[in-house]
Design a protein around this ligand. Structure first.
Ligand SMILES: Cc1cc2nc3c(=O)[nH]c(=O)nc-3n(C[C@H](O)[C@H](O)[C@H](O)COP(=O)(O)OP(=O)(O)OC[C@H]3O[C@@H](n4cnc5c(N)ncnc54)[C@H](O)[C@@H]3O)c2cc1C
Length: 457
């Protein structure tokens, strides 16, 4: 297949991935004397920080995604190909994609990350993840399908497993989704499911570390925990899930929580692309780069964002996998590519940490700013809303998100509860193309009076 890219007198910069890093880089190169070719398997840019709001019915999927071609309409040096990148061949400066081969002068990997299941196969097969828009829509459908099933079953134990939700991973995503689900349980579900006794529905947030929100300040960690406690989320710290099968999330061979709904938000690996030198790939599949984001051992291949492992003195384990890191690296790399074209030496990347934040529920968020500034509550919540609204791509998306949030705030409601794509785990293929097994492989032996965490008889 021919990718039909026009010939150009200018060097070609191929960017794999149009997430936070790829999008920013392609924009920053708009006036550079290069041909920019972006390859992404999706024809839209996905604003991942708000995926959990799609999963819990607070925002439409369309509000957090934006068509790539529309973003770049009018940028004359920009070309896009919707394709999966299979591998790169640095010896011939070629990217091998599902729509044909693309040659490059400079290559930039901005492929982001993939969910890391830490080798726990039963969890990989059966848990819900939240990394993409289809994941978020599946999660929303699945939870509402299970509420419908809970109405029908005569078996109290089965009903309990259908209602219980276990979120694994106490980072911002885990905290945000648990808080949002607890709000849904309080405000939305009693109206929709008056026949269900929702006092029995339990939401667990499970974290292996002794605190939530690991990289944030102790004050934010404590505030987030307190907010979740107030919402009735059962936070289990120093706790690891070992397996998830037959509607049971096991902590050990004997202890488990009965649940159909396990949301895995416990970690990510780099989304490396095959073909790079083996010595450049780290244990968590990130690509080692120097301070110019140049992949070790290759002069014209760069990596930015989540997939790039840039180690500095103050960050010996690599830069954090955050949107601002990807965007700042993109800005610096655009300048460095222009420097290289002019025959000048590139400059080192320096990360400016502008702070971090997490929302728990309405009026409750935690914010850490540089110089040990911390605030929370309503002001934190307003800050979170403002920052996320302003960073959404596209004016329409900002307006729609604002309207949806205002509606939810004043009505204590979330309008988006449609099961428009009924979800079965059998239909899902994972990132490696493997089909998932159906979770409910056997009818569990139900215990007549289940405590929150059980030991099988
Ligand atoms: C649920 C969730 C919540 C988050 N919340 C926050 C937050 O609050 N604040 C924050 O700073 N960060 C947050 N993050 C992290 C943030 O989203 C990432 O750090 C950021 O997206 C990294 O940008 P990137 O450009 O490296 O990759 P991404 O934005 O992930 O983009 C990667 C792109 O590459 C494409 N791609 C990958 N492989 C291929 C391939 N082989 N072929 C073709 N295309 C490919 C993908 O389709 C995607 O479009 C969150 C992440 C998640 C999942």
């Amino acid at each position: 297949m021919d990718t039909n890219l026009p010939a150009s007198a200018n060097p070609r910069v191929v960017i794999i991935g149009c997430g936070f890093g790829g999008l920013r880089l392609a924009k920053a190169l708009r006036h550079a004397p290069v041909q920019v070719v972006v390859v992404d398997r999706n024809n839209y840019h996905n604003f991942q920080p708000l995926l959990y709001q799609v999963a819990t019915g607070a925002l439409e999927a369309d509000s957090i995604a934006y068509p790539i071609r529309k973003i770049f309409a009018g940028q004359k040096n920009f070309f896009y190909r919707m394709a999966d990148v299979h591998r790169v061949e640095p010896s011939t400066n070629t990217v091998v994609t599902s729509v044909g081969d693309i040659r490059y002068n400079y290559l930039v990997l901005a492929t982001g990350s993939l969910t890391n299941f830490f080798g726990l196969e039963s969890i990989e097969r059966n848990a819900m993840q939240i990394k993409s828009i289809p994941n978020a829509l599946n999660l929303r459908s699945f939870i509402f399908q299970n509420f419908e099933k809970a109405l029908l079953t005569e078996n109290p134990e089965e009903r309990q497993a259908l209602l219980n939700i276990v979120v694994v991973g106490g980072g911002p995503t885990g905290v945000e989704i648990s808080g949002s689900l607890a709000e849904m349980r309080k405000h939305v579900l009693p109206k929709d499911y008056p026949e269900l006794d929702l006092r029995t529905m339990q939401i667990f947030l499970v974290e292996a570390a002794p605190v939530l929100l690991g990289p944030m300040s102790p004050a934010s960690q404590a505030d987030a925990k307190r907010y979740l406690d107030e919402l009735g989320v059962k936070v289990l710290l120093n706790t690891s899930i070992k397996k998830f099968e037959n509607c049971r999330a096991y902590f050990s061979d004997t202890e488990f929580i009965p649940t159909e709904n396990l949301v895995w938000a416990a970690g990510v690996n780099g989304a490396e692309v095959p073909g790079l030198p083996a010595e450049a790939i780290t244990r968590n599949k990130r690509v080692t780069v120097n301070r110019w984001n140049q992949v070790v051992g290759l002069s014209n291949v760069f990596a930015i964002g989540d997939v790039a492992n840039m180690v500095t003195e103050d960050m010996p384990r690599g830069m954090p996998m955050l949107a601002p890191v990807a965007q700042q690296q993109a800005d610096q790399l655009a300048k460095n590519i222009e420097r290289l074209l002019r025959g000048e030496a590139p400059k080192d990347f320096v990360y400016t940490n502008k702070g971090s934040m997490a929302i728990v529920s309405r009026n409750k968020a935690v914010v850490d700013l540089p110089k040990n500034v911390h605030f929370n509550g309503f002001f934190g919540w307003l800050t979170w809303l403002f920052v996320h609204l302003m960073t959404l791509v596209g004016f329409r998306n900002r307006v729609v998100a604002l309207v949806d949030w205002a509606f939810s705030y004043f009505n204590s409601d979330q309008a988006l509860r449609l099961i428009i794509r009924p979800f079965s785990r059998r239909d899902v293929k994972d990132d490696k193309g493997k089909k998932s097994a159906e979770h409910r492989t056997a009818t569990p032996e139900y215990n007549p009076t289940p405590p929150a965490i059980q030991t099988p008889v």
